[in-house]
Structure formats: structure tokens, C-alpha cells
Design a binder for this molecule. Structure first.
Ligand SMILES: C[S@@+](CC[C@H](N)C(=O)[O-])C[C@H]1O[C@@H](n2cnc3c(N)ncnc32)[C@H](O)[C@@H]1O
Length: 277
């Protein structure tokens, strides 16, 4: 191990051993059960790739450290500069050490351990929003990330995740979302479906996407005028619980063909966002 400095002034710490305690925040990145406990408890999340790290910095998130192989240092000059501005070390280790530490081949350039930002309130997130997406009990990080990506791309103003939904800041969600979880205003709501009333009081029409036979079609919903619209999507396995369906203003179905019973939840979100844009 040795320390030197880049022209930007960030301390570059060269590390030769995967057991070095300064790498602790990056250890066992493929161990989902461990990372799910560790990251929120320690107030951090991992941003992976230059693009995602840049998006995190643009969102005002603060780095705790950067980690990369030596060959990426030059291309990462702006990230190194940002690390210096936050007195965050730039940890540099050979590819083999990185692979041993993280559990995968780091071919996206760099990793950053970021301070997890405080979540905004429901009111802060929905202020001025015309369309909101609510992901209820989405357990798969890929689906959640894909849902955020569609929300960002198709003009959804804010996202709410319910207590049983996966972590939008888990590495895989952030990556699949292409960093848009760092861009779209979102928060986690504690009381669900209790918050349906509060959103209705704010003028939102609450529309649950579900396969119910008595649902209106998405075309019918899209043809109506809704100054404020919240679209609710259910879990991969069981969909939305009856308790939620009982409280909403509309249950909405995307008609299926060819004997297919449902869409993947992220696909259904993209279709619904597009139809109601
Ligand atoms: C894979 S589906 C869940 C299927 C579940 N067996 C059910 O009966 O709802 C996951 C979520 O995607 C949305 N979804 C998928 N296909 C849909 C469709 N054709 N119409 C409305 N919502 C749909 C719903 O929000 C649903 O809760």
C-alpha cells in the first residue's frame, strides 16, 4: 500500500490486498442478503460506472470514496476532482484484487461508495407533480430499476415506493435504471395503502394497474382528463392486494392477447406511462 496525490489533489491510495480494511464498504457486492442489510444501516450506497457516478454527483450526492483499477485513473479525472472536493480517498487496486473483493469483474471503470441521501417527504416529492408512479411490493431490483428508467424517460414527475418494495439505491437497481433513480424525485412511503387518502386529498386520481375483470382499459383511462394522476403497480407474484384495489378511484387493465395473462411489471409501467403521457 502507498499513498500519493493526483494533480487534482485527491489522495490516491494504492491497495494491494483485498482484505485491506479501507475496502470494507465494497466487500462482497454480489451478496444480496448482506448488502441489503449493510448499505442502509451504514448510510451508503454503491454507484457503479462512470456514467452513474457522474449522475450521482450531479444530483448533489457526496462520495465517501472511489475505487478503480490503475488504468482508469486518467479517464476518471473529473471523478477524482470531485472526490478531492469532498476529501474522499481514491482507492486504486489491481483488477485481480478488485475481482476478489467485489465478486465480479469490474469492467465499468469505477465504483463509488456514496453517502445515502436523506429521503424527502411525500409532500416534497409530489409538489407540482402531475403524474406519479407508485411501485407497491416490487421485490426484483431489475424490475424496479427498469420502472424508474421508464418513469424518467416518459415524463413521470415522481416515484413512490411502498415499504415492501426493493431498495432503489441497491447497486443493481441503480445500474438497470441507468442512474435515473438519482434523477427522478422519489421517496419511500411508510403507510401503505394508508397514504392513498393523502394523495387523493392532493387531487390525485389513484389508478391501480391490475388484471381485474371489472377494470376499465388503459385506453379508457387515457381518454379521461386527470389533472393529477397516480399509477400504482403491484408485485411480480401476487399483483396488488385487494386492500389497495378497494381504496383507489380506478382499476385499470392493459388488454392482453394471444393467451398471455400479464406483462412483466416494468413493461406494464412503460406502457401505462406512454399511454398517459
Ligand atoms: C406480473 S404482474 C402480476 C400478476 C399477478 N398474478 C396478478 O394477478 O396481478 C405485476 C404487475 O404488473 C402490472 N400488470 C401486468 N400486466 C398487466 C395488465 N395486463 N394490466 C394491468 N396491469 C398489469 C400490475 O400492476 C401487476 O400488479
Amino acid at each position: 500500500m502507498s499513498a500519493d496525490a493526483t494533480p487534482a489533489g485527491a489522495p490516491v491510495v494504492r491497495i494491494g490486498d483485498a482484505d485491506d480494511p479501507r475496502l470494507e464498504e465494497y466487500a462482497r457486492l454480489t451478496d444480496l442478503a448482506l448488502r441489503r442489510r449493510k448499505e442502509p444501516a451504514e448510510g451508503l450506497y454503491i454507484a457503479e460506472s462512470h456514467k452513474v457516478i457522474r449522475r450521482a454527483l450531479a444530483a448533489g450526492h457526496r462520495p465517501r470514496s472511489l475505487l478503480m483499477a490503475p488504468r482508469w485513473l486518467e479517464e476518471s479525472a473529473d471523478l477524482v476532482e470531485a472526490a478531492a472536493a469532498h476529501s474522499a480517498p481514491v482507492l486504486v487496486a489491481e483488477e485481480a484484487v478488485l475481482r476478489e473483493l467485489t465478486g465480479f469483474h469490474l469492467h465499468r471503470g469505477a465504483l463509488a461508495s456514496m453517502h445515502r441521501p436523506a429521503l424527502p417527504t411525500l409532500e416534497q416529492v409530489t409538489a407540482g407533480a402531475r403524474r406519479v408512479a407508485i411501485f407497491d411490493g416490487i421485490v426484483d431490483h431489475t424490475n424496479l430499476g427498469a420502472g424508474f428508467r421508464s418513469a424518467a424517460a416518459l415524463g413521470v414527475d415522481a416515484v413512490l415506493v411502498t415499504p415492501t418494495s426493493a431498495d432503489p439505491l441497491y447497486r443493481r437497481s441503480v445500474r438497470v435504471s441507468m442512474g435515473t433513480v438519482l434523477q427522478v424525485p422519489w421517496t419511500r412511503i411508510d403507510d401503505w395503502p394508508g397514504e392513498v387518502d393523502r394523495l387523493q386529498a392532493q387531487g390525485f386520481t389513484m389508478a391501480a394497474l391490475a388484471l381485474s375483470a371489472d377494470a376499465i382499459t388503459l385506453d379508457e383511462l387515457a381518454a379521461q382528463e386527470h389533472p393529477r394522476l397516480a399509477l400504482i403497480f403491484g408485485s411480480e407474484g401476487h399483483g396488488l392486494p385487494q386492500a389497495t384495489l378497494d381504496r383507489v378511484d380506478a382499476v385499470v387493465r392493459i388488454p392482453m392477447g394471444a393467451g398471455v395473462d400479464s406483462l412483466n411489471v416494468a413493461a406494464s409501467a412503460a406502457v401505462a406511462f406512454w399511454a398517459t403521457r
